[in-house]
Design a protein around this ligand. Structure first.
Ligand code: TRP
Length: 333
C-alpha cells in the first residue's frame, strides 16, 4: 500500500485553482486501490496567521464540504481535521528537537510571511514546516500531492525524516516526495493577468467554487484583456493566454479552437469570448456549488464524516508515535 497525505489550510473558500491543482488530484489518488489516502484540514496551520474563532469554524466546515463536493469519497480515503489527532502535535514537539533555527529561518514561505505579518512573527510561523512534517510522517507517508509552492516544505520533511533515522540509527520514516500527475498538471491562471489564481490575489483574481452564476459572469467580464491582436498569428499576451487556459479547463475543445482561430485571424471579440467562457464556467461549477451548499446545511453529516476520519487517522498516528516514543527511549517503566 502506498500512503498518501495532503492537507489544506482553512483560510478561505477554495477556488478553481485549488480544485484543479490539488483537490482533483486527491480524488484521483483516492480512487487508486493501491493508495491509502489521508486528506485533512490543517486548522493548526491556519492559526499561525489567522485568529478569528467564528471564521475558523465556518471555514473548517466549508473546506470539508468542498472536499466532499469535489468528489473525495470518505468510503475510500480518510478525511479528518488535524486538531482531532493529538498525536500530530506530539510528534511535532518531538521533531522540534531535530529542527534547527537556522534552517527554519531560511524557508522562503517564512520569509514571505514575516513580511506580511510583521506584527505577529510567532514561533508557530517559524516552525510551520515542522508541523507539516509531523502531518506527513505521522502516517509514514510516501507521497504528498501538493503544488510547486510546497516543494521546499517537502524537502524539509525529508530532512527531518532522515535526521531522525540517522540520529536513532534506524530505518523508520520513509522519505516522502511531492507528487503530481506530471505534465497533466494544468496551471490555473488568475483573471487579473497573473499566472496563478490565488486567494490572496484579491476578489477579482479568483473564481471560488461556491460562486453564484452572476458573480462569475461579472468577474469574467472584468477580466483583463488587451487591445486585440494587430497582426495574424501573433503571440498572445499573458492575460489573453490566461483566458484561453481557463477555457481549456471548462469549455469544449471545439470552443477553444474557434476562439484560437479568431485570435489568429484577428477577428476575435473578447466580449463574446468572455460570455462563452462565463457560461461554460458556470456549467462546470454549478454541480460543485450546489453540492457545497447542500452539505454546508447538513452539519450532522459533516460531523459524522470527520469523527470517523479522525478515528481512522488516530489509529494510524498512534502506531507511529508509540514506535517513535520507544525509539527515542520515552518508555520508562
Ligand atoms: N502547507 C500547506 C499549504 O499551505 C498545507 C499543509 C499543511 C499540508 N500540512 C500539510 C500539505 C501536509 C500537505 C501535507 O498548502
Amino acid at each position: 500500500m502506498e500512503i498518501v497525505v495532503s492537507g489544506t489550510r482553512p483560510t478561505g473558500i477554495l477556488h478553481l485553482g485549488n480544485y484543479y491543482g490539488a483537490v482533483r488530484n486527491y480524488v484521483r489518488l483516492g480512487d487508486d486501490p493501491n493508495v491509502r489516502g489521508y486528506f485533512f484540514i490543517a486548522d493548526y496551520h491556519s492559526l499561525t496567521t489567522h485568529n478569528n474563532p467564528e471564521e475558523l469554524k465556518l471555514l473548517v466546515k466549508q473546506t470539508i464540504a468542498t472536499y466532499l463536493a469535489c468528489g473525495l469519497d470518505p468510503e475510500k480515503v480518510v478525511i479528518y481535521v488535524q486538531s482531532d489527532v493529538p498525536e500530530i502535535p506530539e510528534l511535532y514537539l518531538l521533531l522540534n528537537m531535530l529542527a534547527y533555527k537556522g534552517e527554519l529561518e531560511k524557508v522562503a514561505t517564512f520569509k514571505e510571511k514575516i513580511k506580511i505579518h510583521n506584527e505577529n512573527i510567532n514561533a508557530g510561523l517559524l516552525t510551520y514546516p515542522v508541523l507539516m512534517a509531523a502531518d506527513i510522517i505521522v502516517h509514514r507517508a510516501h507521497k504528498v500531492p501538493v503544488g510547486k509552492d510546497q516543494e521546499q516544505h517537502l524537502e524539509m520533511t525529508r530532512n527531518f525524516a532522515k535526521r531522525f533515522n540517522s540520529r536513532y540509527d534506524i530505518d523508520f520514516f520513509p522519505e516522502p516526495i511531492a507528487y503530481n500527475f506530471g505534465d497533466e498538471l494544468v496551471k490555473v491562471p488568475g483573471l487579473d493577468g497573473s499566472t496563478k489564481m490565488s486567494k490572496t490575489g484579491g476578489e477579482t483574481n479568483a473564481i471560488f467554487l461556491n460562486e453564484e452564476p452572476d458573480a462569475i459572469l461579472k468577474k469574467i467580464k472584468r477580466a483583463k484583456t488587451d487591445a486585440g491582436p494587430s497582426e495574424p498569428n501573433s503571440e498572445k499576451p499573458q492575460e489573453i493566454q490566461n483566458l484561453f487556459a481557463l477555457m481549456q479547463i471548462v469549455s469544449k475543445p471545439d470552443t477553444v479552437s474557434f476562439y484560437d482561430q479568431a485570435w489568429n485571424t484577428c477577428t476575435i471579440r473578447y466580449g463574446d469570448m468572455k460570455k462563452q467562457l462565463a457560461e461554460d464556467m458556470i456549467t462546470y461549477l454549478t454541480p460543485i456549488r450546489e453540492k457545497i451548499n447542500e452539505l454546508i446545511r447538513d452539519e450532522a453529516y459533516l460531523g459524522r464524516i470527520v469523527k470517523r476520519g479522525g478515528e481512522a487517522a488516530r489509529e494510524s498516528a498512534q502506531k507511529t508515535v508509540s514506535e517513535v516514543r520507544k525509539i527515542m527511549g520515552i518508555n520508562y517503566f
